[in-house]
Design a binder for this molecule. Structure first.
Ligand SMILES: NC(=O)c1ccc[n+]([C@@H]2O[C@H](COP(=O)([O-])OP(=O)(O)OC[C@H]3O[C@@H](n4cnc5c(N)ncnc54)[C@H](OP(=O)(O)O)[C@@H]3O)[C@@H](O)[C@H]2O)c1
Length: 313
């Protein structure tokens, strides 16, 4: 029933049909807001009201960070087409324009730059205002930052977007049933980051910073699997795929790159309803030893709590 959700709505303008755009304290001009539909804080329909879900996919509402492009956008598209309630995310209101093809059938669009702790906190508020998510896909990421390029909070952008933001959102968004974190095969090269997680004592190395951030987010996923037995928490390596980040030379299959995270988010298959996995193309792989190490996980959580001022546990 991929198209039934779309066809069941009758509003003439596809863009104006977006149920709501949440911008928290940031105001949107009338013309801008009209692009997306009613502005403000309309409540989303209660979880479980959709009758369009696939039988093996009972999860109703999914928030996907970084859904303006690449894997996040593709994952959002497939979940919406399956009848799920998807909350989209754009870095800025301007970037939300890229969601015009998806927003009409989405449950909401939230805005916030993940390189800013303040905006990330505000983003969590926007998500919570919509209601509790069944699943969150922590997808947004940056790759090779040419320099340490300090954020407003004084951190390298790679650390801020790839590690601190998913950590903060995990702590501040009402706890969902399922959590999925986008990792990378490069995380295997990210060991030893706790000696200088903030890159204050080393010469900047963009590839190493990315690898470390992906090891950290993998460790976060596995920590949560250990600490929260009632939540399914997993990490996914999408492979090297042709997105803005992956570039046109990428040899991986884009569709296989996003179907693991959508499956983990909504499927009721026994294979998908597990926790603590590191996945590649719907198969469990062995993550780096450090990501699995409870001592490393605990130290990492302490460091992230200190860097963000928010304790997850
Ligand atoms: N592509 C690959 O080969 C590959 C391989 C391994 C892992 N991954 C991982 O898969 C995930 C998705 O990658 P992708 O290839 O789809 O990347 P992409 O095409 O570059 O898309 C990244 C998404 O994240 C958003 N984003 C980046 N910085 C942000 C910020 N500061 N605030 C808010 N949103 C921000 C982007 O927003 P804008 O559109 O505004 O830039 C975009 O929506 C990433 O975590 C990445 O590390 C990708």
């Amino acid at each position: 029933m991929p198209s039934s959700k779309r066809s069941s709505r009758s509003s003439p303008s596809p863009v104006a049909r977006c149920r709501f755009l949440v911008t928290s304290s940031r105001r949107v001009s009338g013309a801008r807001a009209a692009q997306f539909g009613p502005q403000g804080h309309r409540r989303a329909p209660p979880i479980g009201t959709s009758t369009l879900r696939r039988e093996n996919s009972p999860v109703a509402r999914i928030f996907i960070t970084g859904s303006t492009d690449g894997l996040g956008r593709a994952a959002a598209g497939v979940l919406i087409s399956e009848g799920h309630d998807v909350v989209l995310h754009a870095r800025t209101l301007q970037r939300a324009a890229a969601l015009s093809g998806l927003a009409p059938d989405a449950s909401g669009v939230v805005i916030g730059d993940l390189s800013s702790a303040a905006e990330t906190r505000e983003l969590a508020d926007q998500v919570n205002e919509i209601g509790r998510m069944d699943a969150v896909i922590h997808n947004a990421g940056v790759f090779l930052e040419p320099s340490r390029s300090t954020t407003a909070d004084g951190h390298p952008k790679t650390l801020a977007v790839n590690t601190l933001a998913p950590y903060l959102l995990t702590a501040l968004i009402d706890r969902p049933d399922r959590l999925i974190y986008l990792s990378s095969g490069l995380h295997h090269a990210g060991a030893g980051s706790l000696r200088d997680i903030d890159w204050t004592g080393r010469q900047w190395n963009a590839t190493q910073a990315y690898a470390e951030s992906k090891l950290q987010v993998t460790a976060l996923a596995l920590t949560l699997a250990r600490a929260w037995p009632d939540v399914l928490s997993n990490a996914v390596d999408p492979g090297w795929v042709p997105t803005k980040m992956g570039g046109p030379a990428a040899t991986g299959d884009l569709e296989l790159g996003y179907l693991t995270q959508t499956w983990l988010a909504v499927s009721n298959d026994a294979a998908a309803t597990v926790s603590g996995g590191y996945w590649y193309h719907r198969r469990r792989q062995a993550p780096a030893a450090e990501a699995r190490d409870p001592a490393f996980q605990d130290q990492l959580m302490d460091r992230l709590a200190a860097l963000t001022g928010v304790a997850l546990f």
